[in-house]
Design a protein. Structure first.
Length: 135
């Protein structure tokens, strides 16, 4: 048996979101909400949104400002809406708590979106090189 059982609560997931390429990309994230800041890490990233692992994410449909630390010298800021929560439960635990969320970027500048696309492209090129293909 797995130490964690993964349970996904999917509320009004936009089916078009799956048509955009996503990359496995881990970047530190700060989520700013009305209740304060939450630290997390991206797991998947595309030009429309991200899967973020974090403790106590905002509720579905809540908005937040997301700050993604692309490098030591670069941060990408975006307004985002929580569209789905991810829940995990320990085998022996009675309580299920959200451990992550999927966000849809609602306000990302043109320059920010272009930068995000270049990051995604870089990840694809590196993946192709690792697999022995040509880029």
């Amino acid at each position: 048996p797995q130490p964690f059982e993964r349970i996904i609560l999917d509320i009004q997931m936009n089916k078009k979101a799956h048509t955009y390429p996503a990359v496995n990309a881990r970047y530190p994230v700060t989520i700013m909400t009305a209740e304060g800041q939450i630290c997390g890490e991206t797991q998947l990233l595309n030009n429309r949104g991200a899967l973020i692992r974090c403790q106590r994410p905002p509720r579905v449909h809540e908005s937040a400002t997301i700050s993604i630390e692309i490098s030591a010298n670069e941060t990408l800021m975006a307004e985002a809406e929580v569209v789905r929560l991810e829940f995990y439960q320990l085998d022996n635990a009675e309580e299920i708590s959200p451990q992550g969320m999927v966000v849809r970027f609602t306000n990302l500048s043109t320059i920010g979106r272009q930068r995000l696309r270049s990051i995604i492209t870089k990840h694809y090129v590196n993946k192709i090189k690792r697999l022995g293909g040509e880029a």
